[in-house]
Design a protein around this ligand. Structure first.
Ligand SMILES: [Zn+2]
Length: 288
């Protein structure tokens, strides 16, 4: 299980989310068989979406984050629920580049330039759609820029995924801080100074977990933790949903499937397979 903590400054100037989630990234590695740089890329999007999702108010709200760049990674798509559970995929799980000069995985290099799309599906109402250009493709910076530009919410975001020599994820987590309307300029000032002083997210998590991460970013700011959530990589695919997708096909596409006979559908987000025999397909299409 992964952990997500939500906190708020006592004076109402800001809210902060931190997460410690190597389990989520390791599940993504297991499903998608990613190379290290691709692991860091999808991992950061999973972590970012998990925290962004947890800011939604209703249990059924859904958030989809799409990072669409022109790099070799292709698109990265992650959806999150309002409890911070996530699932995702990366178009090219084998995307890899040499390390950057500073020794870090070149996530921005495999993502390239393009756009960040945010879709918030809040039951009944028209879904909210946001888009903004990627700043660096390093994800955290792109998310912070998105909030400032598209939602006019000043935000701080830091994400880290540490990949071990055996290609597993050794540490992963992040922080997302949003300033609330009428934030005290003094608090903003302290926060800015704290951000400049912070080091690696994964280093802090390994030394002191989410508590140290939160304490470091909010040093000198009084705050209350209001809850801790257990989060995970969770896919909500099912036979019923696959049936629905097959029923949405037009007659021509249906006929083609029936010629082919047996059909195997792989979930993009997890390792589940849905197999239909010709008889099952015929039965499905006989329904009114
Ligand atoms: Zn699935």
């Amino acid at each position: 299980m992964a952990k997500l903590t939500r906190a708020m400054s006592r004076d109402g100037s800001l809210r902060a989310i931190v997460t410690d989630a190597p389990d989520i990234v390791n599940r993504a590695i297991q499903i998608h068989d990613t190379n290290p740089t691709a692991t860091a890329a999808i991992g950061r999007v999973l972590l970012g979406a998990s925290m962004m999702g947890s800011l939604m108010s209703e249990p059924d709200d859904l958030l989809t984050l799409r990072v669409v760049g022109d790099g070799i990674a292709g698109s990265i798509v992650v959806s999150a629920d309002s409890f911070g559970n996530v699932r995702g995929f990366i178009q090219n799980p084998k995307a890899e580049l040499p390390l950057r000069e500073d020794g870090k995985l070149n996530v921005g290099g495999i993502v390239g330039s393009g756009n960040l799309y945010v879709l918030r599906d809040v039951g009944g109402e028209e879904p909210y759609n946001g888009i903004c250009p990627l700043q660096s493709g390093e994800i955290a910076e792109d998310i912070a820029y998105y909030y400032a530009k598209s939602e006019q919410i000043p935000a701080v975001c830091a994400l880290g995924v540490l990949v071990d020599v055996d290609y597993s994820c050794k540490a992963a987590g992040g922080v997302l801080i949003q300033l609330l309307p009428f934030a005290d300029p003094e608090v903003v000032d302290i926060l800015e100074k704290n951000v400049m002083r912070t080091t690696s997210v994964t280093d802090m998590l390994q030394r002191g977990g989410t508590e140290l991460l939160l304490n470091t970013f909010l040093t000198g700011i009084e705050y209350d933790v209001f809850d801790n959530l257990e989060t995970e990589y969770r896919c909500n695919c099912s036979k019923e949903r696959t049936d629905k997708a097959l029923l949405s096909l037009n007659d021509e596409a249906r006929a083609e499937l029936l010629i082919d006979g047996q059909l195997e559908m792989n979930c993009q987000f997890c390792d589940k397979k849905y197999i239909y025999t010709r008889e099952e397909l015929e039965k499905l299409y006989e329904q009114p």
